[in-house]
Ligand binder design. Sequence first.
Ligand SMILES: [Cu+2]
Length: 363
Amino acid sequence: MTYLVIGLAVLLVLAILYATFRVATLVGIVKGEGSKNVPSSNKLQASLLVVFLILGLFGFFYYSFGGLDESFVNPIASEHGVATDRLFWITMGLTGFVFVVTQIFLFGFAYKYQFKENGQAHFYPHNDNLEKIWTIVPAIVLAVLIFSGWRTWVDITSSAPEDSEKIEIMGYQYSWAVRYGGNDKKLGDYDYQKIDVVNQSGIDFSDKASFDDFIPTRLYLPKGRPVLLQIRARDVIHSVYQPHFRLQMNAVPGMPTRFWFTPTKTTEEMRVETGNPEFDYELVCNKICGKGHFAMKYMIEVLEPEEYDKWYAEASQNPWLKQNSDYLAHVPEELQELARISSGIDSEEDIESIDNTIASINY
Ligand SMILES: [Cu+2]
């Protein structure tokens, strides 16, 4: 409703300006000024430029920051996010300042140098000092901006620490599959040719490290520990976007990408900070990847390190292979014993039913 009123007000002001301009032009014609090069509305137009400057700048800042409240800028929940936000606001401050100054010059000069009877131009062809200033100052400022941006980027994209939690995120139309390494904390291989209706991530069971991998329904992260996301896509390009962690990385089929970061606030702490007991971190897709793109929302839960370890130990009891024990048939024969042990398929009936499945597949 507010926007409708503002929109109508703007239209009304434009209509009034147009009418004023028409009246001034018509008055000029009636007065017989048609033969002059400068219309009588010249002064009015010069003043309108100043009005436009003031309203324009006000509108610009109102549009950009008028709705600024808690939801405008998400609280930062990662270590590198502090650095990227600082860079963002420094850049915004500097470019905003230059923008305002140049607009004042642009419209101010158009007003100042409007046509005046007997006015004479001052011949002023050159000023070395002025040229030096407007070349050197922007060069230094831009160099500092680019250099600090580059340094931050190098830090963010450096190799992840050895002890990081390695988690796989695979984007597909239209959701995410998240995989953890299980007890050995090692992610098994994958192969797109192994993808089928059940094995949606294409886990390759000829790799020992895959036997204990598990796939939860949420992305769990430990606070204060480095996390390495190993990112891939199954069909088209998606983008892993986690706004509170200031994290975004494309998920590309056939070209694994990665991003490492350290979460700094648990979900609980964020709920207190935002005053929203329902708050949840989320992972969304930031590439328009098809008609169900909007549905690619996945919940993230950041836990205290001890809670995370507890959750991890529990989740490791339920590897994907244990839940889909038919897939033991895809494990090379010499590794099947090991697969049974590491995935925790140990009860007698389980083994019996698996043996039957294997038998039916082999013969
Ligand atoms: Cu997507």
